[in-house]
Design a protein around this ligand. Structure first.
Ligand SMILES: C[S@@+](CC[C@H](N)C(=O)[O-])C[C@H]1O[C@@H](n2cnc3c(N)ncnc32)[C@H](O)[C@@H]1O
Length: 287
């Protein structure tokens, strides 16, 4: 397996072209070591604030730009890492929380094997394909696949998103409600195009490659919650999404599944072998 560290990470920068920084959310500097490790793992700049409670003041914005990673104390367990909008103190920072009520509810009360995503990847009876989710984002789809019983390898190129995911996995493993599922998930940082080729070279056996690149939203949708809008605004549109299909097809033993908004064109204009329509999306399936 090639050295993982050779893959360049794309560094997210703020409006002043400075790297986004990790800062504390409140005054207690208990978890600084953890934040430093996260920062160095994912190529983010670590900056401490002398007076941490003042992060929503304009001086903090001048230092950090509009967005920053922060820690948020939890009622129990270790603090969470979240993405904060320093211009909007009312907006709760965006975190990856695999024990969130909404996710656990969907896992327990959703359609299970009848959900469109389960059918798209081919879960059937006691067959649970191994999946590489090449565009992991905040890990929701990966979590649903792992909850069904699939082993999921997540690929993510944006270092800021990797830091959120990494923290979600750490806390998810420490939580009895999510540990069994999160144990089936792992994260590899870096470009999926390079990673998919590496995994193929390493003869990794993968049944399904799952793709869900960012696609521009047609109009301002009230359905998209504010923290998600912050995520979309920061990451923009994955204009190179077409590049993922060929290496995905080369790696997958069974199928490639592409999640698309209903209005989006096919990747590479390639007609899929099958389509499955979900409530908000469609899944283009190639084999
Ligand atoms: C729409 S989000 C995925 C959402 C995800 N399915 C979920 O359930 O949370 C797309 C993500 O894919 C990542 N991405 C896009 N192209 C990529 C590539 N070539 N390599 C690695 N990550 C990529 C983006 O950084 C972004 O985080």
């Amino acid at each position: 397996m090639p050295d993982e560290n050779n893959i360049p990470l794309r560094l997210l920068v703020n409006a002043q072209q400075q790297p986004l920084s990790l800062i504390k959310f409140n005054d207690v500097l208990v978890e600084v070591d953890y934040l430093k490790v996260l920062a160095s793992t994912y190529g983010l700049e670590f900056t401490g604030l002398p007076k941490l409670a003042s992060i929503y003041e304009s001086s903090a914005q001048a230092t950090f730009g509009q967005h920053a990673l922060v820690t948020i104390d939890q009622e129990s367990g270790p603090p969470a890492v979240g993405l904060a909008d320093l211009s909007d103190p009312k907006l709760h920072p965006l975190c990856v929380d695999f024990a969130a009520d909404a996710l656990l509810y969907r896992k327990d009360k959703g359609g299970g094997k009848n959900e469109a995503i389960a059918k798209a990847v081919g879960v059937k009876g006691q067959y649970y394909p191994t999946v590489v989710d090449a565009t992991a984002g905040l890990g929701t789809d990966s979590f649903m696949l792992a909850a069904l019983g699939c082993e999921v390898t997540m690929l993510e190129r944006t270092n800021l998103v990797c830091a959120l995911l990494h923290d979600g996995l750490v806390r998810g493993r420490a939580n009895p409600q999510s540990v069994d599922i999160v144990q089936r998930m792992r994260l590899l940082a870096g470009s999926a195009v390079a990673r998919l080729a590496q995994l193929r070279e390493a003869n990794m056996s993968v049944d399904v490659v799952y793709l869900d690149p960012m696609f521009p939203h047609k109009k301002k949708s009230a359905a998209v919650k504010k923290p998600m809008k912050m995520f979309q605004a920061l990451l923009g549109h994955d204009e190179d999404a077409d590049d993922l299909l060929t290496p995905a097809l080369a790696l997958a033993n069974k199928r490639v599944v592409v999640k698309r908004p209903s209005s989006a064109p096919f990747l590479q204009d390639k007609t899929p072998s099958m389509q499955i329509k979900g409530k908000k999306h469609r899944f283009d399936v190639y084999w």
